[in-house]
Design a binder for this molecule. Structure first.
Ligand SMILES: NC(=O)c1ccc[n+]([C@@H]2O[C@H](COP(=O)([O-])OP(=O)(O)OC[C@H]3O[C@@H](n4cnc5c(N)ncnc54)[C@H](OP(=O)(O)O)[C@@H]3O)[C@@H](O)[C@H]2O)c1
Length: 318
């Protein structure tokens, strides 16, 4: 598995990271036992993955902790905490105080069974929540870093609602972020101009989520989204085959499946350091890691994707 340097953190990370949240949550969302999910994390490690992304709200921190216990210093753990009080509206403004935030991170550490978290993110921050985060929660993160409980400051957007990256565009004007996580996929590549341009300039570590999600792992969902984009005049009617809009990706010499094409598309995007793949399935894991280490899509296919979807910024693919 190829490694890259995660921007200014200097961490050496695998180009594929295991996402332990999303719809699968390592299979916890569809009935996996604790041990089955641990085995997904271990299989990823055996395949050379050293980057694991989890969060308080995913309820998979204990699984990641158990899987990496014997090799903690060989992996990079990314975890998160939301910015509103647990149990309140996650889009609302009932914010955690800095002091409460610092206390709650001890619980992330306990669940992970570690005394430090490599990258700690404010989780799913909305544009109207950012100023509070900058003034009240960044000092809390800096305190945690001073205490040695976290190593680097991270920030993730709420891509389902913030498909135009308004929050990250504001946040990247501040110098405090070592790592950000952004939504990026072949249906909505707007992070290219709104996020990656800035992260590359600031040498900020960049993690990609939503490479596949539901839209690109389910042909019916892809058809509905693409046809909706045509109805809204966001893509040109004549540019696609309505019954099989992404069929051109699954041709000999291009890719074996839309999922494969979707991961390769993200992996070779300049500025994207780690592409997260979220799965509870060992066979999907094997396929996805093979896709992420495969060569770029042919140039004419990337150009066709750019011609069709290059200006789309209204969907997440959720
Ligand atoms: N705001 C945030 O901070 C935020 C939000 C969302 C996600 N994230 C992070 O980003 C990670 C990646 O996002 P994601 O989990 O949505 O990942 P993803 O890799 O874009 O999509 C995963 C979805 O696709 C399915 N899938 C995966 N491989 C497949 C294959 N080969 N064939 C068919 N279906 C396949 C998975 O189901 P199976 O289990 O059946 O494989 C799952 O439902 C998350 O796990 C989480 O760590 C962060």
């Amino acid at each position: 598995m190829e490694r890259v340097t995660l921007g200014r953190t200097g961490l050496s990370v695998s180009v594929a990271g295991l996402g332990c949240g999303g719809h699968s949550r390592l299979g916890q969302s569809y009935g996996h036992s604790f041990e089955q999910s641990v085995s997904v994390v271990r299989a990823a490690m055996e395949a050379g993955v050293n980057f694991f992304d989890t969060a308080a709200s995913y309820r998979t921190e204990d699984i990641v902790g158990a899987a990496v216990r014997s090799c903690r210093d060989q992996v990079v753990i990314s975890s998160k905490l939301g910015v509103v009080r647990p149990g309140t509206d996650h889009l609302g403004q009932d914010y955690l105080s800095g002091a409460d935030f610092v206390k709650l991170v001890d619980k992330n550490l306990q669940r992970l069974g570690t005394d430090y978290i490599d990258i700690f993110h404010l989780h799913g921050v909305m544009p109207d929540q950012y100023e509070y985060c900058a003034s009240e929660l960044v000092p809390a993160l800096l305190k945690l870093r001073e205490q040695g409980k976290i190593r680097f400051l991270g920030l993730t957007e709420r891509f389902i609602y913030d498909t135009r990256h308004d929050m990250l565009q504001r946040a990247l004007k501040d110098a405090c972020w070592d790592v950000v996580m952004t939504g990026f996929n072949l249906l909505n590549p707007s992070a290219r101009r709104r996020v990656f341009a800035e992260t590359q300039a600031g040498n900020v570590g960049t993690l990609v989520m939503f490479a596949v999600r539901r839209a690109l792992s389910n042909p019916q969902a892809a058809r509905e989204i693409v046809n909706e984009l045509v109805r809204r005049d966001e893509i040109a009617e004549g540019s696609i085959d309505h019954s099989d809009p992404l069929g051109f990706l699954c041709r000999p010499g291009v890719a074996g499946s839309v999922v494969e094409a979707a991961y390769r598309f993200c992996r070779h995007e300049p500025g994207a350091h780690v592409v997260l793949t979220g799965t509870g399935s060992l066979s999907h894991l094997t396929e996805n890691l093979a896709s992420i280490v495969s060569p770029p899509l042919p140039a004419e296919v990337t150009q066709k994707l750019q011609d069709i979807f290059g200006s789309v910024d209204s969907v997440s693919g959720n």
